[in-house]
Design a protein around this ligand. Structure first.
Ligand SMILES: [Zn+2]
Length: 130
């Protein structure tokens, strides 16, 4: 048995009228805020929630100049590992995919959409999931 967080954080989830999703985890406050924009689909909801939950379990990382690295290699490896556990070996990746930044999140989203066969936006489905 494994966990992403010691306890479930509170989620503040809304749907906005603009395009794009804004999400922010605050592990020190056990809180996640997500605003899904127009055109969100099931894969985006799943990837976003998974991504934010990983912020509660990822080890603290810093950049070479000492700043906090929210999407460092350790975070991205954790995200990819959890996705594989949830969604299967289709999410098995080789070295290089988990480099820092948002690349792994974009890769997961694309792969999850392909797996679900959802290439078009589906706001109603996303709303049912929340
Ligand atoms: Zn993040």
């Amino acid at each position: 048995m494994w966990r992403l967080a010691k306890r479930l954080p509170s989620f503040n989830v809304r749907f906005g009228s603009s395009v794009g999703t804004s999400a922010h985890a605050r592990p020190y406050r056990w809180r996640v805020t997500i605003i899904f924009g127009r055109g969100v689909d099931r894969a985006k909801v799943e990837e976003t929630v998974l991504h934010e939950l990983c912020h509660f379990a990822a080890p603290h990382e810093t950049t070479s100049d000492g700043r906090e690295a929210h999407h460092g290699d350790a975070f991205n490896w954790l995200l990819l590992d959890v996705a594989k556990r949830l969604w299967g070996t289709e999410f098995d990746v080789g070295p290089g995919v988990a480099r820092g930044g948002y690349g792994p999140s974009r890769w997961l989203l694309k792969r999850r959409r392909k797996m679900l066969g959802t290439t078009t936006a589906d706001d109603k489905l996303a709303a049912r999931l929340l």
